[in-house]
Ligand binder design. Structure first.
Ligand code: Q46
Ligand code: ZN
Ligand code: ZN
Length: 307
């Protein structure tokens, strides 16, 4: 709560001070603001329509449950997908939160169980494959979001990436001048292959602080603990730096992101040639996709261990 200050639109107490918009909002007006802002993003960037069959990738955190709540309130046809990564207590708690959220709103949630699908948990898989856990985890999540949506007739996949996530990625790509990554960073990832489902980020103009305030205002019981592997991630360091800039120059985050979107064309178009994986048939730049390579590696490692 913002001590003693009133909402910019009514007599109620403000729960959030949004300096970048010069607004103080009470619970009710924050909820209205967020829904309108998400709807504006959906329309401006043609993210989805009321005829789409939408799959919301939910982790149990404030952003993914919040965006599901907003899309549901706006009247979109949505179902959830929870990807169980097998990360001990974190996965157990987040799964419970997702299931409780869906049950309380009469929504359907699907689950992909990674330890069952690949034969081991995500941290063990990363260890066996000698890669960083977050890169393996990200690859597995991207693979299953798309595959589950395609195999089950969904036309759009929604993720809960917020403005802070987007600018942390942008900052990372800027500092290393990864032109191919800058070309691909977008609010809408189109279906550039017949086995790719469109992926969209309706919270791209919502800050982490606004998203947390919305979840609290809506009484969403989300998982507060971060994934144990998030500690020390460069994106966390980047967010810290970007928050310092926002505090010093209110509106910096939105200006940085909007400036990128406006000038993105200077980086040119991305021309990634996609093949179909010779094992699973899903799109990849390789002959066999990384997910199938990982699965094969794990089954071989398991065999050699049991011999
Ligand atoms: S990538 Fe890394 Fe996250 Fe996966 S292992 Fe945890 S922190 S959940 S967004
Ligand atoms: Zn108000
Ligand atoms: Zn494959």
């Amino acid at each position: 709560m913002v001590m003693g200050l009133k909402c910019s639109f009514c007599e109620r107490k403000a729960i959030i001070n949004m300096r970048e918009h010069r607004l103080m909002l009470c619970e009710k007006h924050l909820i209205d603001f967020m829904r309108k802002r998400v709807e504006k993003t959906i329309i401006k960037y043609k993210l989805m329509t009321k005829n789409d069959n939408i799959l919301v990738a939910v982790s149990g955190g404030k952003d993914s449950l919040g965006v599901w709540d907003i899309l549901n309130a706006l009247g979109y046809h949505t179902e959830g997908l929870y990807i169980n990564l097998g990360i001990d207590k974190y996965s157990r708690i987040s799964k419970e939160k997702v299931e409780r959220f869906a049950a309380s709103r009469g929504l359907t949630v699907h689950e992909v169980d990674i330890p069952k699908a690949i034969g081991t948990s995500t941290p063990m898989a990363a260890k066996a494959w000698k890669r960083s856990i977050c890169s393996v985890c990200g690859m597995i999540k991207r693979y299953w979001m798309n595959r589950y949506a395609k195999e089950n007739g969904f036309t759009v996949v929604v993720t809960g990436h917020n403005l802070d996530d987007e600018i942390a990625t942008l900052f990372g790509n800027n500092t290393t001048w990864q032109i191919d990554y800058l070309q691909r960073q977008s609010i809408v990832l189109p279906e550039t292959h017949k086995k790719l489902v469109k992926k969209v980020k309706p919270l791209a103009f919502i800050t982490e602080k606004e998203s947390a305030a919305y979840a609290i205002a809506r009484g969403i019981d989300y998982v507060y603990e971060e994934c144990p592997y998030a500690k020390g991630a460069t994106s966390v360091e980047f967010k810290y730096i970007l928050n310092l800039l926002e505090n010093r120059f209110p509106g910096f985050k939105l200006r940085y992101y909007n400036g990128f979107l406006k000038n993105k064309k200077i980086f040119g178009d991305s021309h990634v040639k996609l093949n179909e994986c010779q094992v699973c048939g899903f799109p990849t730049t390789l002959d066999t996709c990384n997910y199938c390579r990982l699965k094969k590696h794990i089954s071989q490692t398991a065999k050699s261990l049991t011999i």
